[in-house]
Design a protein. Structure first.
Length: 166
């Protein structure tokens, strides 16, 4: 434990922050930045992060991360795709989720149906959520998924999910 504390101090130039920094998934920030209107992009992203319960308070560090992600979104309009290894029943569940997303416009229903799809395919619901987050934002966790899917676009998310099982 002492070694870790020393390493933490070292990487922070012997001046570590008093409280740890917030975790904002970079891929999520880039996706939000690419969707946000140019004239009030920062405000839009902050409001979305608060709605998703990812951000409680706005800090200079958080604003800096949002600006960097916005620059990236402006420079590179592509979404990074990562393949993850899925079992057959997980692939089936992801396919069902992709098909559901195409048809449903209600974020609460999407959220609820993810639980149902998981149970129907004998998958622990948190595992299916983790898979979906990995595919969509490259993180194990993230914002409330139903609302986020609608915000970034049903067709885009459905395509991401289907590409993962192809």
């Amino acid at each position: 434990m002492i070694k870790l504390k020393g390493l933490y101090e070292y990487v922070n130039l012997l001046n570590p922050p008093i409280k740890p920094s917030i975790h904002l998934p970079y891929k999520m920030l880039v996706q939000l930045a690419s969707l946000a209107p140019q004239k009030n992009r920062l405000e839009y992203i902050i409001n979305k992060l608060k709605n998703y319960r990812v951000l409680k308070e706005v800090t200079k560090e958080g604003i800096q991360r949002i600006k960097l992600a916005s620059n990236w979104a402006d420079d590179f309009k592509t979404v990074e795709k990562r393949k993850i290894v899925l079992k057959d029943k997980e692939k089936k569940a992801v396919k069902e989720l992709a098909e559901l997303i195409k048809e449903v416009d209600d974020h609460e229903r999407i959220q609820t149906e993810i639980f149902e799809i998981a149970r129907k395919n004998e998958i622990d619901p948190p595992v299916l959520f983790k898979i979906a987050y990995k595919i969509i934002i490259g993180s194990d966790r993230g914002p409330r998924l139903g609302r986020y899917i609608l915000d970034i676009g049903k067709d885009d998310v459905s395509k991401l999910l289907l590409d993962q099982i192809a």
